[in-house]
Design a protein around this ligand. Structure first.
Ligand code: SAH
Length: 451
């Protein structure tokens, strides 16, 4: 989500006549978009800003700003630590950045009063509709589209409801229009973004034929001929009702990959986290998804070391983690977030216990993804070609519908096409293969057969 917000701000700035440079040392302005989910992310942003502020001493007109969740979370308090900051912009004010920069530059040129630090952190009605700009000069085969802002859940560990505000959705028509415009510039895959995408429009928009507004949105995107792949992140397990499960049967473009945050496999800890499902229900959702799409790729988020997590609780997480055999997972060590209910819970777990539990899950994950990838050896996968690979002359990369990265030898004209690639080599994180040239039809999508 931060990557998408940054990209939208960059596009707004380009429209205003600003240009991007490759290095922060060439820049006249640096904006840091920040995360507040864990303390480590905040410390990193503060360290980086401190470093840039030193740079400012030799260049008084250098402008430095902090935007996003840490700005929202810490507010003006950041200025105690970083008084030389020029700009502090919260998560509902990104669209105001071009104006703020204009006025900072104006005064730096002696044309206006010295504004001091500009601080813009208020809530703003309708701000969810402002994250819609993309850079028209840059073709994105795969694009992120923000469909909503905010979060109405109250997971006891999480700072996001504070930093992102209440849930607000964008109208279906505007989202579809944005995707059509992206498609006309070459986008073939979209990833819909929101804190809890499955809650999309739940309060604002009606259900139709038993279908939630989110499923209605998926159906609308399915109809766009140039879009070949639809993904989304993050859903909530609670959102996997019949309509969404059935969408995987009915919507051919919906990729067979779900990121389904589990957090813990212990019912006791799930309750303490205020996650409204049990380990059994979580398993049932996975099983329903795998009934509709047996090859479904599933990834998750796990927190180890939530306050009060005992060895038994962790063993339950470990057992469910192994049982589901996730293809990918983000495993987090619980990080205290001030002003969240879990921050003041007793029995905080020692760091070394968190480290050890983290490592156990990581080892299981590496094994799982390796063995899943090995099953793909010799198979032909449909791959949407995104662009040149990071390494290797003439090498291109794309992702399978299951979201596995594939590298293969190709040509620039394949970018944006769905091509068949035979998998010849695998690691736990990537696949390597060759284009299947026989019968290849690069201008039309291959029909995807679901098992
Ligand atoms: N709204 C999304 C994403 C929230 S942040 C969702 O609910 O899925 C992404 C992940 O960060 C969470 O799923 C959780 O696993 C992790 N996370 C959130 N708060 C955390 C904390 N205080 N410490 C460690 N990990 C945390």
């Amino acid at each position: 989500m931060n990557a998408r917000d940054s990209e939208a701000v960059a596009a707004m700035l380009r429209h205003r006549g600003y240009s991007m440079v490759d290095s922060e040392y060439e820049a006249d302005i640096v904006l840091l978009n920040t995360c507040a989910v864990r303390d480590q992310a905040e410390q990193k942003a503060i360290g980086k800003t401190g470093h840039l502020i030193k740079h400012k001493r030799n260049r008084p007109n250098f402008i430095i700003g902090i935007m996003g969740c840490m700005a929202q979370n810490r507010g003006r308090g950041i200025l105690d630590q970083l008084p030389d900051l020029d700009l502090l912009v919260g998560t509902q004010k990104f669209h105001r950045i071009p104006d703020h920069l204009d006025s900072l530059i104006h005064s730096a040129n002696g044309l206006g009063p010295q504004p001091g630090t500009i601080v813009d952190l208020e809530d703003e009605e309708g701000s969810q509709n402002t994250i819609c700009d993309h850079d028209p000069d840059q073709r994105q085969v795969s694009a992120f589209v923000s469909i909503m802002q905010g979060c109405n859940m109250s997971c006891t560990f999480c700072i996001v409801p504070k930093t992102r505000g209440r849930e607000r959705c964008r109208p279906i028509a505007e989202i579809v229009e944005e995707i059509e415009s992206l498609a006309s510039q070459g986008t073939r895959e979209v990833t819909l973004l929101g804190q809890i995408v499955t809650s999309y429009g739940r309060r604002e928009l009606p259900f139709k034929n038993g279908k939630s507004p989110f499923v209605q949105l998926l159906e609308k995107i399915q109809e766009l001929p140039e879009i070949k792949c639809i993904r989304f992140t993050s859903p909530h397990p609670r959102g996997f009702k019949k309509d969404l499960i059935e969408a995987y049967r009915g919507l051919s473009k919906l990729c067979e990959y779900v990121h389904l945050p589990m957090q813990s496999g212990s019912n006791r800890i799930l309750r303490a986290m205020n996650r409204p499902y049990t380990a059994k229900r979580y398993k049932q959702i996975v099983s329903e998804l795998r009934t509709v799409v047996p090859s479904m790729y599933i990834s998750t988020d796990i927190i180890v070391g939530f306050p009060g997590e005992t060895e038994d609780d962790f063993q339950e997480t470990r057992a469910l983690f192994m049982d589901i055999a996730f293809d990918m997972a983000y495993i987090f060590k619980y990080s205290i977030r001030t002003e969240t209910p879990a921050a003041i819970l007793p029995h905080q777990v020692p760091q070394e216990v968190k480290e050890a539990r983290n490592q156990i899950l990581l080892d299981i994950l590496t094994q799982n993804s390796m063995s899943r990838n090995q099953t793909l050896l010799g198979s032909t996968q449909e791959v949407l070609v995104e662009g040149p690979a990071r390494k290797g002359e003439g090498m291109y990369s794309g992702r399978t519908r299951g979201n596995r990265k594939v590298n293969f030898s190709g040509t620039p004209r394949l970018i944006g096409k769905l091509v068949p690639v035979e998998i010849e080599k695998v690691s736990s994180s990537s696949l390597y293969g060759s284009l299947v040239l026989h019968g290849m039809e690069t201008d039309k999508p291959l029909t995807t057969k679901k098992l």
